[in-house]
Design a protein around this ligand. Sequence first.
Ligand code: NIG
Ligand code: FE
Length: 406
Amino acid sequence: MTYTVVHDAGEVVTGPADGDRTLDTLTDAAVVIEDGTVSEVGPSDEITADYPPENADTAVDADGNCVLPGFVDSHTHALFAGDRSDEFEAKLSGKSYQDILADGGGILRTVRNVREATDMELAEGLRARLDVMLEHGTTTAEVKSGYGLDTETELRMLSVIDRVDETHPVDLVPTFMGAHAVPEDVTSEAYTESVLTEQLPAVADQGIAQFCDVFCEADVFSVEQSRRILEAGREHSLTPKIHADEFTRLGGSQLAADLSAASADHLLQSTPEDAARLVDSGVTPVFLPGTAFGLDGEYPALEPFRERETLPAVATDFNPNCYAPTLGFAATLACVGIGMTPAEAILSITERGAAAIESSDGSGTVRPGAPGDLVVLDAPSYRHLPYKYDVDLVETVLKNGSVIRS
Ligand code: NIG
Ligand code: FE
């Protein structure tokens, strides 16, 4: 019998508590992983009697520390090239994100850098960023295209994501986001047509992308254009996601509800009515507090979702405008900026993250049948993760039962 055992944990967070948005935890517990999947979770003394650490393939002594599910980052733009640090400075001196984009900077600048980069350079950059994410506990991450804005480069981005996924321990979920910005010298309408008639069919033929996402925003893609793209995406078996109500309440979250999208992300300007429609339609709301922190510190409203007993996912939105790759920091911002409890923040980066990418394999939980993706903190309780926000608390990461970081 071959197995991995993580024993003598002071606390194991197994997932959401039944019927409520708090955490289920076990104290003095152990976890067994067989064939990459969690097979047992229970009292450490009982588990180690049946699965002795000395006979294990891999044994991890958690030494009284906290074991969490591997973190699930449901929204990233982690595949990019170039350097936009000067835009951080420009924003500090009063330039807005939209001004920078309108001047050909922002996303459009990253598009130029990505088009010029080789596949090898793109893959190396993505791998290096995933290494950092993994070191900080992320074991599954969604990654969007959207810095190509032409068929060739969008396909290239998706194939780099696919190739890196095969060789990097972090599991990647690829999203096609040809409608991320409108390229220079073309109208939004003409570009929408090219997404519909050229990019989407090619992306569907390529067969890598799982989701289709649109930046539904004033001066980018209208609600009507977003609807056409997401509906066409669905016809090509791509599940809709949407960047909604970030700077303006254009109606993106209502569109997400109409389409029963997998998720609606950002939601800075959404109203309680929008929240109600999202919840009623089963759309997972996704908050991106790292982006809010770097813009003007205005956070999305949690209360309308709490009132409806729905906890949003929290993701990093890791991109050149939000250089914040760790979900631990996102969890801190979820507490301090958004007002989540530490327990909610942990759920928002684990089980809720998995919901936002429609994962059904138990990712984001530590329960029998779930993937053997675990994080061992250098701390006795999950509360320390959002609390110690400038400390690297992740001591060990296991992916499918193998120790990847220790
Ligand atoms: O989610 N808002 C649009 N897209 C990204 C930013 C991408 C970029 O600025 O490069 C976001 O914040
Ligand atoms: Fe984004």
